[in-house]
Design a protein around this ligand. Structure first.
Ligand code: HEM
Length: 460
């Protein structure tokens, strides 16, 4: 295994096999992760053509780190973020560098470690509510079940608002349409996007629903806070209260506009639900295929949570096997698999001059399978995350949450939630996949997840 070069001497190349007009678009659409993962064979920075756009793909983990750490020069923008702004406006995920630090300071307050500890009760309550009717032999459709848990947990912790089953299903369906339509929209020229085609109409209807649901959440929070005179059941000021307080300060110029509050609420719903549900789904599938890893997890849970005791946040440091399994799943199946950046000034990367406005495309899924970062990169091996085995190169090649100033603000929230859900479930149940699973990623999905995985509950 080669390590990170001390003085990087990166190579630039152009991907072969571009078709007239479409370029590499068809290959990207047909087998996105396979295509992006293969590019490092040509060079460290590889130019691909997506329709009329030429995009630069940093394939080497160290080169990608260089890009992500300079978020002023390599700013949010490009085909992915242009369309993502249709959904999330100028929220924290999509905003450009000039708005980022101010927004981040406000949102970050809800994600500090002590705050996360308060959220454990909400996670447990949601898992318990979902599992109340579970009986041995019941077959769960994994993704929708975890989506419901993730959405309700997020609403309860960050917004102190309960979401009923009807709203949860509506939001899931609408995000499904919007997030799956987003890539299609990315490749369509603007005049075609505006046509009243059935797919465009579905996309617009789903977007309108999400904006209405967001307004409903904010209104429910405002009236709840008005009634109780205080914010949040999460043991402190919840995020939505902090956002609204920041909006109230806006007159002084340092806070958030009402539109930004709306954009943050929808941003976190988009960024924090499907990603968590996909991670839980992939993790349980991986565990079902790797009995030794599953056994390690069960032994750990029996030791840390005797007699099926519910997990508490202070148990998490002792759930190291659970943590390793989640890391390895995130390495091989990072839910966010494609992002873009745009250069804000002329620069040079891997010796290639890039004018202002150049598009970069990167994929955590491809980088985390790079042989410079991980030995046997396609093998599922949670033990590679044992502290004594983790190398700096492996750390650099692990980017499910991105890196630099734009690194996921919810990384610890997501990991805490995944660990608590898995510990709660696996201390009580074995989950065995039913025949007929379809693990191919949903085509054109923004979040990498299996098309269908059903799990049968078997009592331990
Ligand atoms: C396993 C779950 C998750 C994964 C894999 C994930 C992945 C990512 C990635 C890769 C980025 C960086 C995108 C880029 O650089 O272009 C990001 C940013 C972000 N994520 Fe997550 N995310 C997860 C869960 C969450 C959760 C639970 C929340 C909030 C509740 C969240 C909120 C955000 C926000 C607000 C940003 C933008 C941060 C900024 O630019 O300052 N994510 N996420």
């Amino acid at each position: 295994m080669s390590s990170i070069p001390a003085v990087p001497a990166f190579t630039a190349a152009t991907a072969p096999g571009a078709l007239p007009v479409l370029g590499h678009g068809l290959r990207l659409l047909r087998g996105p992760v396979g295509f992006l993962s293969s590019l490092h064979e040509h060079g460290d920075l590889v130019a691909v053509r997506l329709g009329p756009t030429t995009a630069q793909v940093p394939c080497h983990p160290a080169l990608l780190a260089q890009v992500l750490e300079d978020d002023r020069l390599f700013d949010k923008g490009g085909v992915f973020y242009d369309r993502a702004r249709d959904v999330a406006g100028n929220g924290l995920v999509t905003c450009p560098h000039r708005d980022h630090r101010r927004q981040r300071r406000i949102v970050q307050s809800a994600f500090r470690r002590p705050q996360l500890a308060h959220y454990a009760d909400a996670v447990r309550a949601e898992v318990d509510a979902a599992a109340a009717g579970w009986r041995p032999g019941l077959v769960l459709d994994a993704f929708p079940v975890f989506y419901g848990i993730a959405l309700r947990t997020l609403a309860r912790t960050l917004y102190s608002t309960a979401i009923d089953a009807e709203l949860a299903t509506g939001v899931e369906r609408a995000f499904d349409t919007v997030l799956n339509g987003l890539f299609r929209q990315m490749f369509l020229p603007a005049p075609v996007r505006r046509l009243p085609l059935p797919a465009n109409l579905r996309y617009r209807r789903a977007l309108a629903y999400l904006h209405a649901a967001t307004r409903q959440l904010v209104a429910a929070h405002r009236s709840g806070a008005d009634r109780s005179g205080a914010a949040g059941e999460s043991g402190g000021t919840d995020l939505l209260s902090a956002l609204l307080a920041a909006a109230d300060q806006e007159a002084g110029g340092a806070g958030l506009s009402d539109a930004e509050v709306h954009d943050q609420v929808i941003t976190l719903l988009a960024a924090g639900t499907e990603t968590v549900a996909a991670t839980l789904t992939w993790t349980l599938w991986r565990l079902s295929l790797h009995p030794a890893a599953a056994e390690q997890v069960r032994a750990e849970l029996d030791a840390v949570l005797p007699h099926g005791r519910a997990p508490r946040p202070e148990d998490l440091p002792r759930l190291a096997a659970v943590d390793r399994v989640v890391s390895e799943t995130l390495r091989l199946h990072p839910p966010g698999w494609l992002f873009t950046r745009i250069t804000t000034a002329p620069t040079e990367l891997a010796g290639r001059p890039l004018p202002t406005g150049s598009t970069l495309v990167f994929s955590p899924a491809a980088v985390s399978r790079h042989p410079a970062a991980h030995r046997s990169p396609t093998v599922f091996d949670p033990d590679r995350w044992r502290p004594e085995r983790v190398t700096p190169a492996a750390r650099q090649g692990f980017l499910p949450f991105g890196t630099g100033a734009r690194k996921c603000v919810g990384d610890l929230f997501a990991r805490t939630e995944c660990a608590l859900v898995l510990a709660t479930l696996l201390s009580r149940w074995r989950l065995a996949p039913e025949p007929g699973a379809d693990l191919r990623p949903v085509p054109l999905a923004t979040v990498l997840r299996p098309r269908r995985l059903r799990l049968r509950l078997v009592e331990r």
